[in-house]
Design a protein around this ligand. Sequence first.
Ligand code: 2BA
Length: 109
Amino acid sequence: MKLIMAIVQDKDAPRLVDALVEKGFRSTKLASTGGFLREGNTTLFVGTEDHQVSTVINVIKRTCRAREQLVTPLAPVSGPSDSYVPYPVEVQVGGATIFVLPVESLEKV
Ligand code: 2BA
């Protein structure tokens, strides 16, 4: 058995959960925050059998898409600097960051 942890954009999360339910997969949705942008994203846990992992990843690929996002770098902490120009830079976020972890056991009590 595997645990799939998928970090996706909030905009894609509802469609992804619906698509997983439609295919018969259970999931748990957590509100999370990216360490770089410090903005909200969604982490989904999906526990599934090994042979179903590629199906789940395909559902994620079909449902989540990459988007460009502008980030304005923070000003230096040590006071005003002549060399600092706060130009926004563009980063590409998503479609999804997916971790696949082995599961030792699943107990439901
Ligand atoms: P954030 O950490 O907010 O990162 C958002 C996007 O900013 C990233 O998109 C990437 O394009 C860019 N980025 C992140 N760190 C960077 C850095 N040090 N320098 C330059 N650009 C950087 P994604 O790679 O698609 O990641 C989306 C979200 O997935 C991340 O949000 C984070 O919440 C999660 N994530 C990505 N890689 C991870 C990892 N190795 N471990 C844990 N979480 C991860």
